[in-house]
Design a protein around this ligand. Structure first.
Ligand code: AMP
Ligand code: TRP
Length: 345
């Protein structure tokens, strides 16, 4: 058993994205772009395409396969280097599902009943939601804890799931009288932790929104991006001089935050430049910036998608590396729980 795998407190970053439909600008700014920055900082980084999470709602098999490869291409096009980060799809590493089962027996029904994402996703027809959709946060905790990851960069919407992960780690440690699982830190930082819909500043930008005009997809071409920003909902006032004055102007604030995140600057700096100007000036500038940043990613994704076999090879190699880290931690957990583990590995 390797010491590094089990020394709970070496910084190790883990995050996951579901391959259920394409990537949006929200995923890019709230997750991918920051995953790349973390990789560049030299920290050990593990990124997972969570296909087992995706099937908590119905996925057409051919579409799931395509979405998984496209997501892998999106990660690489955005700057994830499979030599420096571990990049793989979840179902190829069985430790996730195995630890997820153990956590089904650690987490309490009451904890999961409080998860707002389940309520949102299950909607009115809760009786008909899959059991997997309900238990999903336990699997997410397993994703993180089977690597003894310490830091998890995510968007704002995942905060509650990370609190549950901490509760599971603490309860396990307490029940078995061990100091085994680290208590993870959510990393919810930057100006774009919650990118909002372009049609409604009160809703987050999401790949599942029925209106395509509500989001920028990483696969949108330049003309589409420009059109979506031009038609984005705003108010008739010009932009203010200071970020505080964006209070109560959700749509305006969202566009300023998007600009700041794309330009690697702050909302204050954006307003120093555009304060006093109307959206007639700001929207085209934002569209130009978005196209300049997204077009190279878009082109690189298309190039990578031309060779799906190479993507699959990369995912397989990533899964081998991930499994080598996860396996000793899973074995140690089962040992703590009293499972007889006598196969020759
Ligand atoms: P999902 O696409 O729901 O699997 O989310 C993948 C990652 O992108 C998670 O870290 C989310 O928190 C993040 N994310 C999704 N939508 C947004 C958004 N509109 N703004 C910021 N981050 C987001
Ligand atoms: N639940 C996350 C989402 O919907 C995806 C996810 C699954 C994840 N496992 C994870 C994120 C582990 C961070 C860490 O966006």
């Amino acid at each position: 058993m390797s010491d590094t795998a089990l020394s709970a407190h070496t910084p190790r970053v883990f995050s996951g994205v579901q391959p259920s439909g394409g990537l949006t600008l929200g995923n890019y700014l709230g997750a991918l772009k920051r995953f790349v920055e973390t990789q560049e900082s030299g920290t050990e980084t593990i990124y997972c395409l969570v296909d087992l999470h995706a099937i908590t709602t119905w996925q057409e098999p051919a579409k799931l396969r395509h979405a998984t490869r496209e997501l892998a291409a999106g990660f690489m096009a955005a700057g994830i280097d499979p030599a420096r980060s571990i990049l793989f799809n979840q179902s190829q590493v069985s430790a996730h599902a195995e630890m997820g089962w153990a956590f089904n027996c650690v987490a309490r029904m009451g904890w999961l009943n409080r998860m707002t994402q389940f309520k949102d996703k299950a909607g009115k027809n809760r009786e008909n939601a899959s059991v997997g959709l309900f238990a999903y946060p336990n699997l997410m905790a397993a994703d993180i804890l089977t690597y003894h990851a310490t830091h998890v960069p995510v968007g704002e919407d995942q905060k509650q799931h990370l609190e549950l992960t901490r509760d599971i780690a603490l309860k396990f440690n307490h029940d078995y009288g061990v100091d085994f699982f680290p208590v993870v830190e959510p990393v919810i930082e930057g100006v774009a932790t919650r990118v909002m819909s372009l049609r409604d500043g009160g809703k987050k930008m999401s790949k599942s929104d029925p209106s395509d005009m509500s989001r920028i997809n990483l696969t949108d071409d330049a003309a589409t991006i420009a059109q979506k920003f031009r038609k984005a909902r705003t108010d008739p006032e010009p932009l203010p001089e200071a970020p505080e004055e964006l209070e109560g102007r959700a749509e305006a604030r969202n566009l300023v935050n998007i600009y700041a995140a794309l330009a690697d600057t702050t909302p204050g700096a954006v307003l120093a430049e555009y304060g006093g100007q109307g959206f007639g000036t700001f929207k085209p500038a934002l569209a130009d910036l978005a196209v300049a940043k997204l077009a190279p990613i878009n082109a690189e994704m298309a190039r990578l998608m031309a060779d799906p076999a190479e993507i699959d090879r990369m995912l397989g190699a990533g899964a081998d590396r991930a499994a080598a880290l996860a396996h000793p931690i899973l074995e140690a957990m089962f040992g703590i729980m009293g499972m007889v583990r006598s196969r020759q590995q």
